[in-house]
Structure formats: C-alpha cells, structure tokens
Design a protein around this ligand. Structure first.
Ligand code: FUL
Length: 472
C-alpha cells in the first residue's frame, strides 16, 4: 500500500453525510411570488398581495413525492426575492402580509407537518441573496438578519435533514452586495440541527456542477478540500446578472475531481459527495407555458440511473402551480417514475445465483453481499487490489441491470472494474467502469446468460462490496 493510498482511504463520510447519501432521491419545491409573476427570479419589489395559492394542499405534494420513490423534500422557504413562506418576525415581506389564509398561513409548517406525516425528511432552502431586505449589503446587520431567519427555520419546524445554501450573490435593493459570513451561518446550523447536512455552499454535499441533471462518468466522493472553498470564494465574487452566475457554474465543472492523478499532490482531502439537481420542467418555478415540457419518463429514468446509480444523490424539483398544487402532468410523471423504479428493482436475481470470489479476507466472504448492509461486506485480503467474483445460475437469466455498492465506511476504493457475461460459451465484456462508491447502476443490453463475472481490476487498497444486485 502506498502512502498515497493510505491517505485516500482514511477519508470517509460523516454520519450525517452517510444518512444523506442513503436518501438517494428527494425533491426540491420552488414556490414564491415568482409563481404568480411568471418569473424565475423576483427582484424583491413584488407585493405580497399577489401571493394566494388558495387550494394549497401539502399532502397532495407529499403523496406525489412518495409515489415517485423519493425520501424527502426541500422547500424554498425564501428565494432571491426575499418573500418568506413563513411569518418571519424579522421582516414584513412574508406570507403574513399576503391574502393566503388571511395572513394567518405558514407554508413551512404545512409542508413540514405533511412530510412528517408521510414519513418524508424535510429540508430548507434559504437564499442568502435577498433582493428585498433593507439590510442586504450592509455587512453584519444583514448577517444578523439572515441568522435570525435561519434560527426560526431551524427551531420551529422539527428535524431538518438538509440546509441548502445557494451561492447566488448579486446586488440588493440598495445596489450593494453582501459578503456572506458563511462560517457564522454554518455554526448556527451545526448548533441547532447537528444532523443536518449543509449542501452546495456548504461543507457536506457538493453541487455536481450543472443544472441539467448530468452526472460525471466518474463521480468521486474523495476530492481536494479546495473544491469546497472554491464554492465559497466564487459566490463572493458573483455578479447580479444570471449570465455571470452561470459562468461561475461552468468554472466549477472540471470533469475529473478525484482520480488518483488529480489527488496526488493535494494537501488536504475531504469526503464531499455530489448531488445532481434539476427540475422536472425547464424552469425552477411553475410557468403555464411549460406544461408541455415536463421531462419525458425516459429522461428522468436516465438521470436517476446516472445520479443515484453514479455515486451521487438526485434532487428533482417539482414546482407547484398558482393554486398551490402540483400540476396533474407532473403528478402522473412522478408516479410513472416510481412505478418504473419499484418494478425494475423488485427481484434480485443474485438471490438465485451461486456466488464465488477469487479471494476474500476471513470474515468478509462473498456471501455477505446478500445482506446489503455496512455491518458486513465482502473484502479481499489486505494487499490484494484485484479480484474476480462470479455469479452462476442453473439456467439462463435475462440481465438488464447490475447494481454494485461499496462499503463506503471503508472509503471508496474501487478505481476500475469490468463486467463479463458468458455468451455462446465465451466470456464477453459487457461493461467497463471506474467509480462504484455508494451505488453503481449498470444498464446492460438485456443479455441472456447463465454466468457473469465482476472483475475488479484496480483499487486504492483491498476493495469491498456491500451489495450485488442483478435485475431482469
Ligand atoms: C440557482 C437559483 O438561482 C435558481 O433560481 C434555483 O433556485 C437553483 C436551484 O439554484 O442558483
């Protein structure tokens, strides 16, 4: 084992990162005055009087989210326009000044209650860029304001699984820009919700670098520490206009963030897993004109397989309409996606197979992969970085997907692998890959075979597998 490999495998997820990764697929809900002005970004001058989602039913949202197989919901409690979906004590620019429930409504409460009832985790998005606040751009007085609002959200609405910080940082109402005191914000989150991840402009979950739903072919979780700082520094120098903001995002888009070559020479390394975020429609907010542009089922399946099945998590936005309901087309698509996922991964054909491994460390036999837990797993003996695992069936099975998981409590170790299948008496390569990490979903072109081999060709140190799934 080289010193480098030794260093790499010491980097493992924190317990909050592990819990977050295991959520796999969860939803974003973008909702504010923009829904009523038909815009994507409000400028903070919108009157609360326009906000009246008279038919809002948070249970309709949570039903649809559960039907899709998602495990949580992150609500835009305040977007860049500064309008608060809860009656914040620290500004008048809130739901209390709107006609919704005669100013007595609290959508953060309605949604967090519905989530708890439905068994979904609840998370908050609070935009540091507030184009309405008189304090914005004035230094500490704004940080005080932001921290007060953060405290309301993290105190009054039960357990929060994630606090999603957006890096957008433009000018406020007074033409001034604010330099966010991130470390102060993080301290508040850690103190009030120690189990919550701080995502994107935060230390726990990394933005994947685009909003189109794309995952890198090799999405590493062990990356240079400067990746985290880059996000923070970039947000400080952002301009108000969207174009510059997008350019920042492009700059964060390097393809290789964590191969051995990239990590060599890096002083500090961190566990910083990727989250893939995109919307079910072109916009983050609801626009009637986009009713015919709900992403096709095949596109959503592809994003799901590449994100959840590509060592990342998948955050899918569904924007409520002016009525305060998810649109029927979105609801239908979410159910179709959930049905597809449930159907595809229903029966693990590996349960019927005989498993054999070329090598294993005592106590880490290949049979352990049947348990799908981190308490037990397969592992090669120390010093062995390659192995071959075979799955044999009595008669041909039709394989469409193979799923592999590493035991990430041992960090991510696998760097190169291939899948071979017995076809017409010969082993043929069906797939070649790099990262496995938390979960790798490998689509295979419906092969009929009675034997497959998972060949781990290179690993940082003795590779682990905590699960093998074969689906027809
Ligand atoms: C971006 C924002 O500017 C968009 O409006 C949206 O909230 C997206 C998730 O993040 O930075």
């Amino acid at each position: 084992m080289t010193d480098m490999d030794k260093r790499l495998i010491q980097i493992v997820p924190s317990s909050r990162q592990l819990k977050h990764q295991q959520m796999e697929f969860y939803s974003f809900v973008h909702f504010t005055v923009n829904t009523f002005t038909d815009k994507e970004w409000g400028d903070g001058t919108e009157s609360p009087s326009i906000f009246n989602p008279a038919k809002l039913d948070a249970r309709q949202w949570t039903d649809a989210i559960k039907a899709a197989g998602m495990k949580g919901l992150i609500l835009t409690c305040k977007h860049h326009d500064g309008f608060c979906l809860w009656p914040s004590k620290y500004t008048e620019h809130t739901i209390a000044a709107s006609p919704y429930k005669d100013g007595k409504g609290d959508i953060v409460k309605e949604v967090s209650d519905a989530c708890r009832e439905a068994g979904l985790a609840f998370g908050v998005y609070l935009s540091p860029w507030d184009r309405n606040s008189q304090y914005y751009g004035q230094g500490e007085v704004y940080d005080d304001y932001f921290v007060n609002q953060l405290t309301e959200l993290l105190t009054n609405y039960g357990d929060i699984f994630t606090v999603w910080f957006d890096g957008a940082c433009g000018e406020g109402a007074n033409g001034k820009k604010q330099f966010y005191d991130w470390d102060r914000y993080y301290e508040v989150v850690r103190r009030l919700q120690p189990d919550a991840c701080i995502s994107v402009c935060g230390p726990d979950v990394r933005w994947c670098g685009n909003e189109a739903g794309e995952t890198r072919p090799s999405e590493w979780s062990v990356v240079p520490e400067r990746m985290r700082d880059t996000e923070k520094i970039a947000s400080k120098s952002q301009q108000q206009d969207e174009e510059t903001f997008r350019q920042r995002k492009v700059a964060a888009q390097d393809l290789d963030l964590g191969s051995r070559e990239i990590l060599e020479g890096e002083e500090k390394l961190i566990w910083y897993p990727a989250e893939v975020n995109t919307s079910i429609r072109p916009g983050w907010f609801y626009h009637e004109a986009e009713d015919d542009q709900v992403k096709p089922l095949a596109k959503l399946i592809d994003i799901y397989e590449k994100s959840v099945g590509g060592n990342a998590t998948f955050l899918l936005n569904i924007p409520p309409t002016r009525d305060g309901l998810f649109h029927a087309k979105d609801v239908k698509r979410l159910r179709e996606l959930g049905d597809y996922i449930r159907e595809t991964y229903k029966e693990n054909l590996a349960d019927l197979a005989v498993l054999e491994a070329s090598d294993h460390q005592e106590g880490f036999e290949i049979e352990k992969v049947r348990m799908d837990t981190y308490e037990a797993c397969y592992k090669t003996p120390d010093g062995i970085t390659d192995c071959s695992i075979s799955l044999k069936w009595e008669k041909d099975i039709c394989m469409k997907y193979l799923v592999l998981k590493e035991n990430i409590l041992f960090s991510q170790r696998i760097e190169k692998f291939e899948i071979q299948a017995l076809l017409h008496g010969e082993f043929q390569t069906a797939y070649e890959g790099t990262v496995v990490g938390y979960k790798k979903i490998i689509p295979i072109d419906a092969i009929d075979t009675s034997e497959i081999r998972i060949r781990i060709l290179d690993a940082r140190v003795a590779p682990t597998l905590s699960f093998v799934g074969v689906y027809g």
